[in-house]
Design a protein around this ligand. Structure first.
Ligand SMILES: NC(=O)c1ccc[n+]([C@@H]2O[C@H](COP(=O)([O-])OP(=O)(O)OC[C@H]3O[C@@H](n4cnc5c(N)ncnc54)[C@H](O)[C@@H]3O)[C@@H](O)[C@H]2O)c1
Length: 450
């Protein structure tokens, strides 16, 4: 496997010499980055915050789900609301006022008004659910102003920006949490639970992905249609790796006793958005002039330093029912998603699947046993509520968060690295070690109790 040069200048020289063209280099900067963290920094605890004062940025589809959830939690006050659309800010201010709570301050003076929000002294956490390009500027502004940051997925989509967030979190000693809700879904937590109890044996393999027909959403005149399709005009790789990968990485102990080592990625033809363009848009629609480069199906393979293999897919431009795939396989059995089923040698009938439901009955993860979770209908069937509740619980109790900045960086950096590998005939690329070696001494995430 070729070793990538350590800095961008060397890389450009080497890639020009090798005739690799203009592909964006993903330098593995792990060895050149300073300030190696201690294990206690890796599993960072901030002083407890009994009442968490939150500024929320991005009140669209997913932001509204979080705000709804946060309003159900004890020990939370939403003190600021920010969006570039003033009507969205006003609508949420009104709803909160009608609940008999103090009305949050509004920040609606344009795309950088989050800076004014982040500078507010009476604020603990800046939580954003904005388009991808804003996750890094908002999280950095939060931490530089002494606030914890929580962001929707992905944490960042360039290698450099993943490092920027890691370094900012270390420098300012603030949490920077990527909110990967799929880590809290019932099947993924069952997988974690079975893995931690040793029922799957030694973990050897994972399969996961984000396989979701987003054509209508990408061409919508509102919501994600305003920004998500644009990525398909300039990027070709796995643009959304963390839904599938986060839960597998947690089970395999990535950053906690294990590390991603390297990946290869391959992208095929780009057809789905072009067909939609031709078949659904009026002849004079300017979106007909857009040219897409995103391969409809991206497949990547990751190997961990412990020798496990992970298959990861991204498939969002073709007609298909939703799937995140999910396979967690060990020497004794496996858990699968879509459909949900389990096989454990010695407990299942030989060569026969058990239904997921029969395993939920006996082995549901403690977080899913709570009545509160099951009664929450909104937000992807309860997992979004669980992730918000866990974040707030950790902040209130001064605990390390379930996902930290190193996890967010390791899972998100897969996106730009797949782009590089696709652009370079699927060459292998090393995955940076954001912990700079500390993963070796860090214990895997345990079973999280309710
Ligand atoms: N975890 C999940 O299951 C899940 C589901 C959907 C979306 N998401 C993520 O949530 C984020 C938002 O997605 P969405 O579907 O809610 O999109 P959306 O377009 O519905 O919402 C984005 C909101 O951000 C606002 N906004 C844009 N730029 C802004 C800025 N500079 N400052 C303040 N507000 C700004 C927009 O006006 C809009 O209200 C994305 O990162 C997406 O990947 C995650």
């Amino acid at each position: 496997m070729p070793h990538l040069p350590l800095n961008r200048r060397d890389f450009l020289a080497a890639s020009a010499a090798a005739g690799l063209g203009a592909a964006i280099p993903p330098p593995d900067q792990s060895a050149t980055r300073q300030l190696p963290p201690t294990v206690s920094e890796l599993l960072f605890r901030a002083p407890p915050i009994p009442l968490v004062r939150i500024g929320f940025v991005g009140l669209g589809g997913q932001g509204s789900v979080h705000v709804e959830n946060l309003l159900t939690l004890e020990g939370v006050e939403i003190t600021g609301l920010c969006d570039i659309v003033p009507e969205k800010v006003a609508a949420w201010q009104r709803k909160i006022r009608e609940l008999g709570r103090p009305e949050p301050a509004g920040y609606d003076r344009g795309p950088r008004d989050f800076e004014r929000l982040c500078a507010e002294p009476e604020l603990d956490l800046v939580f954003n659910a904005t388009p991808w390009e804003w996750h890094v500027p908002i999280s950095l502004a939060a931490m530089r102003n002494g606030k914890h940051a929580a962001t929707e997925i992905p944490l960042a989509y360039t290698v450099d920006e993943c490092w920027d967030l890691v370094e900012a979190a270390e420098k300012h000693r603030k949490h920077c949490v990527m909110m990967e809700n799929c880590c809290y879904d019932r099947l993924e937590l069952l997988g974690l639970h079975l893995a931690r109890q040793g029922l799957l044996g030694e973990l050897l393999h994972g399969e996961c992905g984000y396989d979701h027909d987003l054509r209508e959403i990408k061409f919508s005149r509102q919501g994600e249609g305003l920004w998500r399709r644009a990525h398909a005009t300039r990027r070709n790789g796995n643009l959304y790796p963390t839904h599938g990968l986060g839960p597998i990485a947690q089970a395999m102990g990535i950053n906690r006793g294990n590390q991603f080592d390297y990946l290869v990625s391959m992208g095929g033809n780009s057809r789905g958005l072009q067909l939609w363009q031709a078949e659904h848009l009026a002849a004079d629609d300017p979106r007909r002039r857009e040219r897409y480069v995103l391969g409809d199906v991206n497949v990547s393979l990751i190997r961990t330093v412990a020798g496990q293999t992970i298959f990861l897919s991204h498939d969002t431009n073709l007609p298909r029912p939703y799937s995140r795939k999910y396979v967690l396989q060990g020497t004794r059995g496996l858990v699968e998603g879509y459909p949900r089923r389990v096989y454990v040698e010695g407990r299942s009938q030989p060569h026969r699947w058990d239904s997921g439901d029969s395993w939920f009955e006996r082995y549901d993860h403690p977080l899913w046993k709570s009545e509160k979770v099951r009664s929450v209908a909104g937000g992807h069937g309860g997992m979004d509520w669980l992730e918000d509740w866990r974040l707030i619980t950790c902040l209130r109790e001064g605990l390390p968060t379930d996902q930290n900045v190193y996890d967010g960086a390791a899972w998100s950096v897969i996106g730009p690295l797949t782009e590089w590998s696709v652009a370079n005939r699927s060459r292998p690329v090393r995955i940076p070690d954001f912990t700079r070696g500390r993963w070796k001494e860090t214990k895997p995430l345990g079973i999280i109790e309710a």
